[in-house]
Structure formats: C-alpha cells, structure tokens
Design a protein around this ligand. Structure first.
Ligand code: ATP
Length: 370
C-alpha cells in the first residue's frame, strides 16, 4: 500500500529560482504516475522532494497518510532509479543488487532469494557474476531496476531511466517497466520529457510547465481534451496544428473563419462559443494531423468544412504519409493514406473534422470548450 499526497508543495532554491509552485496531487496506491514536461519545468525537483533528497520550501507530502516532510530518505520506504544507473563499478551485478539489503543486515538466504527473484523478473539471471563495465546500457539499466526491486519498497521513483538508451532499447525497456509495474503492484512515479514514454506507460500523466501543473489526466483524456495550447502541443506526435481564426455567425450557423476559408461548427461547440461571448472574437483553433482528411468520403460527409491546401513537403513514413501543407497563411501537418498519389506543388481539398476541432482563448491559451 502506498498512496502519496502532495499538498501545496513548492520549492524555491537559494538562487531564488521557483522550481515548483503550489503542486497539488493525490496519487493512489498502485498508480503509474508520469511527470512530463520540457527541461527545467520542475519534474526532477518534485521527485527529489518526494524521495527526501531535496528540502521542501512550503507544503506537505504524505505517504499512506503519514506526513513525511521531516522523515529521512532511508526511512521513507522509497526506491529511486536514476538516469545514470549509479551502479558500483567494483561490485558484481549480484553485489550491486544485494548492497542495500546487506546494509540493512538482511539474512544471507533472504538476500539471495530476493536478488534471484528480481533477476528472474528482469531476465538478467545469467549476468549476476559480471561487473557493470561488461554490460550493455540496457542490461545496466535492468540491474539498476533490480537494485530497487530487491528492497521491496512501497514506491518506485524513476528519473528519466531510459534516456541513455538507443531508440530500440528504449522501446523494449518501456514494455518491461510497464510489465514490472503490473507484476509488482506498487506505486510508480516516473519522470520523463518524452511524451511517447508518458503516453505509453502512465495510468495518469502530470503535465508540467515552469513549475506549475498544467493538467493531470489519463493519457487518452490528455490527448482528446487538452486543457490548454501547451498541453495540446506537447502531447501527440506530429504535433497538433494551430490556426488563428475568427468566430463568425451567419443565420443560425457559427463558423471559424481564417483567410478566405471557414469551417462550420457543430451545434454544441457553436452554443458554447455563443454562450461565452466569443462571436466576433479571434480564437486559436487546434486540429490534430489525423483529423484532417483528403478522402472523398470525408469531403462529402464534412461539407462546409473543406478547405484548399497547397502541398509543400511530403514525408513518406511507410504506414502513413505526412503532408506539410499551406492553408491560407498557416502551415499544417496532415496525416494521409500513403496509397493516394499526391505531389509537391499540388493543390488539394482537405476536410477539417469539426467534431475534433479544439478551440482555445487567444489571450489565456486555455480551452474554451470545457
Ligand atoms: P530536466 O528535464 O532538464 O531534468 P526538470 O523538469 O527535471 O528538468 P528541475 O531539474 O526540477 O527540472 O529544475 C527546475 C528548475 O530549478 C530549473 O530552472 C533549474 O535550473 C532549477 N534548479 C534545479 N536544481 C537546482 C539547484 N540545485 N539550485 C538552483 N536551481 C536549481
């Protein structure tokens, strides 16, 4: 069991940098929580405060309802896995994994059983006699995980544990860590700046920027209902497209107009914009590359939402093709079926799915739709 509660937690370093501001989060037992955000947004600082490696300037942190602000790191029942593995070079894999248990004066037979069990889970049983320098990056990372597992902690904290690995290994280790979470049934908090890692591993994602939480949600909810332009742009690859548009109304229809193009909004979105007084105002419209279509079937069914686009760059990725197009003054990325023959310089018709359009306030950059 390990729930974690952070209440109004903040961190101001001596150099007056506010790394984390008024951080509030309730993490339930067995969750896999991801802290994600660009460099310097305060992810590591938050993790280190939970671990007890960094003093908290303000606020409270509870583990299983117990206030731990003044509890020593070693007494928090937490294990941390770092980016650089931090293995002892002169010790074998077995000794590295056994080290913390030895310090705790755990019985020899128990140490052996726990190390072997962790090695089995991580598939490193045949590496136990090697020293770290005789291991690949991925194997070292597994030993670092093993060293955390043997302690049977209540909480696992991981700080960019895969960032030193190549793309293929990262993807393998992602799966392994997700599996580990299922097997161990403990609380994981994982820091990354990689939105793919965040989306594929987390049960909930905390998106941070400049020390502030922007949104906390399940991956799919973040993707479908981003709170603001920052989250919308950060989650998803290729990125969401953004277009400045004017909200217009003629007869009973509400449209988003940009240059000589416009799209008609569905009733619910139109009602919200009208109720909130956005008719005649500029907004930022967001649309993901996969919600812009070039197939006839969409062009027919999404009448009133079609625009002309000139194709500037084509990227063929195999299962899909990305078109970089210009629509009025804006440059957009569109995901299309690779089978369709399109050339650079073509003018094509595209339909923007109005149900999938996101609308943000131009000043605050927060969604108008929630
Ligand atoms: P990265 O992905 O680059 O590791 P991060 O999101 O983990 O970034 P933090 O390392 O938590 O960010 O840093 C948050 C802010 O606090 C940054 O502006 C950083 O420069 C600052 N900072 C971090 N550690 C210290 C320190 N020991 N003293 C002063 N400022 C610090």
């Amino acid at each position: 069991m390990a729930s974690i509660n952070l209440k109004h937690v903040s961190k101001k370093y001596d150099n007056k940098v506010v790394a984390v501001a008024d951080f509030n989060l309730d993490i339930e037992d067995k969750e896999f929580i991801i802290f994600v955000g660009p460099s310097g947004c305060g992810k590591t600082t938050t993790l280190r405060m939970i671990a007890g490696l960094e003093e908290i300037t303000n606020g409270e942190i509870y583990i299983d309802g117990r206030l731990i602000n003044d509890v020593q790191p070693k007494d928090r029942d937490i294990a941390m896995v770092f980016q650089n593995y931090a293995l002892y070079p002169h010790m074998t894999v077995f000794e590295n994994m056994a080290y913390s248990l030895k310090l705790n004066k755990t019985q020899k037979s128990e140490i052996k059983a726990r190390v072997q069990e962790a090695a089995r889970i991580l598939e490193i049983e045949d590496l136990l006699d090697r020293r770290p320098k005789a291991l690949s990056g991925g194997q070292r990372q597994r030993v670092a995980l093993g060293r955390a597992i043997v302690r049977q902690p209540k909480v696992f904290l991981m700080d960019e544990p895969l960032s030193n690995l190549d793309a293929k290994l990262r993807s393998q280790m992602r799966t392994k860590i997700s599996k580990l979470h299922q097997d161990l049934q403990t609380t994981f908090i994982y820091v990354t700046h990689d939105q793919v890692e965040a989306m594929t591993m987390g049960t909930r994602i905390v998106v941070m920027k400049d020390g502030y939480i922007q949104q906390v949600d399940a991956p799919q909810t973040l993707y479908e209902k981003p709170n603001n332009i920052f989250v919308a742009g950060f989650i998803g690859s290729p990125q969401m497209n953004f277009i400045q548009a004017l909200v217009g109304k003629s007869e009973e229809e509400v449209q988003l107009k940009f240059g000589n193009s416009s799209i008609m909004l569905p009733k619910e979105k139109a009602r919200i914009l009208e109720d909130k007084g956005y008719i005649g105002k500029e907004i930022i419209m967001g649309i993901r590359p996969e919600d812009i279509h070039d197939e006839e079937i969409y062009l027919d069914s999404l009448a009133g939402c079609d625009v002309e686009a000139s194709v500037e760059v084509i990227e063929m990725l195999g299962p899909e093709t990305l078109l970089h197009v210009k629509i009025e003054a804006s440059e957009l990325t569109v995901k299309v079926n690779p089978k369709k023959l399109i050339k650079v310089g073509d003018t094509i018709k595209l339909a923007l799915d109005p149900d999938k359009v996101h609308i943000f306030d131009k000043e605050t950059e927060w969604t108008i739709m929630n």
